[in-house]
Design a protein around this ligand. Structure first.
Ligand SMILES: Nc1ncnc2c1ncn2[C@@H]1O[C@H](COP(=O)(O)OP(=O)(O)OP(=O)(O)O)[C@@H](O)[C@H]1O
Ligand SMILES: [Mg+2]
Length: 234
């Protein structure tokens, strides 16, 4: 079975529908980019996958032994979150909180794994620094290291390059690509950068007035056909 299967999802808040008719499946090793206009429901979709927001209707099934508590999540950043007063190490290791149950302390193994993820993201030199004093690019690496503490299978990234300059953006994309191709972590990423989505992703989900889900190749074909139709009608 797929890692995730979504059938006829209707998403929203308090019964008010924001996106509907979402049908998609994500397989282990996929790199899915979610695109769509502001307010179309991309973040809502991620929160619904994580169980943070109830479904209005439809069905989400997890396969390949995936549990909700084993999904790494890098949330869309707000000014308040950017100002969080904790050290890099504290933030990274807090990625284990979802799997701790009632245990009050982090284990030796969790501390060691947090350190490995910090090294993987190239942020060892700032491990003891306060998160809110870091650059946007450094903060995103910290949050990615945190998301990796929660999972070995699947990461959900909500606009991980938002606000980053072109160098930091390229670095972030290359880190994520490596996690996908070398560590075999399935990636679901929300992005407004269609050209990057098309170059890195294996699959695209477009949420909006009309929804699309398919391989990157089908998405490109679909875009070309739609723009040809628009040109012909003009
Ligand atoms: N907690 C909430 N309660 C009620 N409505 C909400 C809530 N969160 C978001 N919404 C509304 O749901 C709609 C979709 O929001 P969402 O954050 O999913 O959009 P998005 O596609 O991620 O947009 P963006 O590209 O700006 O991040 C918006 O109209 C938003 O105002
Ligand atoms: Mg959003």
């Amino acid at each position: 079975m797929s890692l995730i299967e979504c059938k006829n999802l209707s998403l929203g808040y308090d019964g008010h529908e924001i996106a509907k008719n979402l049908n998609l499946s994500v397989n282990s090793g996929d790199y899915l980019c979610i695109v769509g206009e502001n307010g179309s429901g991309k973040t809502t979709f991620m929160k619904t996958l994580l169980g943070l927001n109830p479904l209005i209707s439809g069905e989400i099934k997890f396969g390949d032994g995936l549990k909700r508590s084993e999904i790494g999540y890098l949330p869309q950043q707000t000014a308040v979150q950017r100002d969080f007063p904790a050290s890099v190490f504290e933030i990274v290791i807090s990625g284990f909180c979802g799997s701790m149950g009632l245990k009050p302390f982090y284990s030796k193994a969790q501390k060691a794994q947090a350190q490995i993820n910090i090294e993987k993201m190239g942020i060892s030199h700032i491990k003891d620094r306060c998160y809110r004093e870091l650059s946007g690019g450094q903060q995103q690496r910290v949050l990615l290291a945190r998301a990796l503490c929660a999972t070995k299978k699947l990461i959900l990234l909500d606009e991980p390059v938002s606000g980053l300059d072109s160098n930091a953006t390229a670095e972030m994309y290359s880190i994520v690509k490596r996690l996908n191709s070398e560590d075999n972590i399935t990636v679901i990423m929300i992005s407004h950068d269609i050209s990057a989505a098309v170059s890195y992703a294996t699959h695209i989900l477009h949420i909006g007035a009309s929804c699309f889900f398919g391989t990157k190749e089908d998405y490109i074909k679909n875009q070309n056909t739609t723009s040809l139709e628009v040109a012909e009608n003009e």
